[in-house]
Design a protein around this ligand. Structure first.
Ligand code: CP3
Length: 353
């Protein structure tokens, strides 16, 4: 086992590190005043697509809190947008897209546009990698220690937004269509699988050292559909990335998958699995090989509440994972009302052994 190198990459390679490396989903976001200040200046897609801004926003939490991972500032819906689907982020409502609900609708989208449309994202990654690994990493807490994480939405979750046209609790239209028009839905998943693998490979070429696949709505599917639309696409994406970029670790996040998370962890080939707040990490760990890194899973609302309750629960998760590869994180994203001091306190708690 290596004793040197970036802690997050070592953990992703299967090493049990103590204390564990830490980063937080949605660490760059509305809970930070410096993020809200930039938000006044441009809409969300512009912020994602302007390398100056996206670079700055990615680094904001690292400067303040010194996390071990910097996750690219972008969004899972940049892929459908880059394919030509109309997308707007409306304040107070979230993303709104023109729904894609038939093979005919699909014809209007073009995966060949993605590479050119996402060039600014790749430029952002290049800049970020130069900064985090540079001799003078402007305010980045630990020079040469921060891992740059790229990401994409997994095909099923991206399909949910593409078909529904907006966020939802149940994604009824999407799941209904997956049953009533499987030819369309399978085609959509297939297109997204290849486009996602290609885009993640481009992110790696641009500088991402690890990539994460967010399947936020995976838990909506019954087991057979979970295998078809969550596990199988993840397997294909992992295989493509492994072939083209051997050794680059992949984190899967099948949110709310319950027991199916075990199958996901065993079958997809991911190096690490992020677990949501509902998961009993220890129980799941016992059913998985010790080489599979687990990431998670403090309730984000614990960080909103802060105090000794947060610290005790964070320590309990950290300590339960001692001796196996673990990356400390939340079970879902930081919520916007979270006081920044609570995040600072959380990071310090994890590192205080
Ligand atoms: O984690 C990070 O800090 C990196 C950046 C990131 C964003 N979105 C920025 C963002 C990542 C990794 C995502 C992933 C994402 N986007 C997911 C998967 C993870 C999850 O939360 O389940 C999903 C489902 C989306 C789609 C999405 N984007 C929604 C539903 C919304 C609106 C709701 C919300 O939380 O605001 C977004 C907007 C979005 N993506 C914001 C940020 C910082 C807020 C935009 C703003 O108001 O400035």
């Amino acid at each position: 086992m290596t004793e040197t190198g970036k802690p997050l990459l070592r953990a992703l390679a299967g090493e049990a590190i103590w204390p564990p490396p830490v980063w937080l989903m949605r660490q760059a976001g509305r809970f930070l005043p410096e993020f809200r200040a930039l938000r006044e200046k441009a809409d969300f897609i512009t912020r994602c697509m302007t390398p100056d801004m996206a670079t700055e926003i990615t680094l904001q939490p690292i400067r303040r809190f010194g996390m071990d991972g910097a996750i690219l500032f972008s969004d899972i819906l940049i892929l459908p947008w880059a394919m030509g689907q109309s997308l707007e982020f409306i304040h107070g409502r979230g993303p709104v897209l023109e729904p894609v609900r038939s093979l005919h609708d699909l014809e209007r989208l073009d995966v060949k546009r993605v590479e050119a449309a996402t060039m600014p994202v790749m430029e952002t990654l290049q800049r970020l990698r130069t900064i985090v690994d540079g001799p003078d990493p402007i305010g980045v807490a630990k020079p040469g220690q921060v891992t740059l994480i790229g990401f994409a939405g997994a095909p099923f979750t991206v399909a949910c937004y593409m078909v529904e046209g907006h966020g939802s609790r149940e994604f009824d239209v999407t799941r209904g269509l997956a049953y009533s028009d499987p030819e369309f839905f399978d085609r959509l998943i297939d297109i997204l699988t290849i486009a996602t693998a290609d885009m993640l490979c481009n992110q790696i070429v641009a500088g991402a050292e690890a990539v994460m696949l967010f399947d936020s709505w995976a838990g909506l599917l019954p087991p057979s559909e979970f295998r078809r639309h969550v596990i199988a696409p993840a397997q294909r994406i992992v295989k493509i990335i492994n072939e083209r970029h051997p050794g680059v670790p992949i984190i899967g996040f099948p949110r709310l998958a319950g027991l199916m998370a075990v199958e996901y962890g065993r079958e997809t080939g991911v190096n690490a699995m992020a677990l949501d707040t509902s998961a009993d990490m220890k129980a799941i760990a016992e059913q998985l090989p010790n080489t599979l890194t687990l990431q998670g899973n403090l309730d984000p609302l614990r960080v909103l509440a802060g105090g000794e309750g947060m610290r005790a629960e964070a320590r309990a998760i950290r300590d339960a994972m001692k001796g196996r590869p673990h990356i400390f994180n939340l079970g879902h994203g930081v919520v916007p009302a979270t006081p920044p001091e609570h995040v600072g306190d959380l990071i310090a708690t994890i590192r205080d052994i």
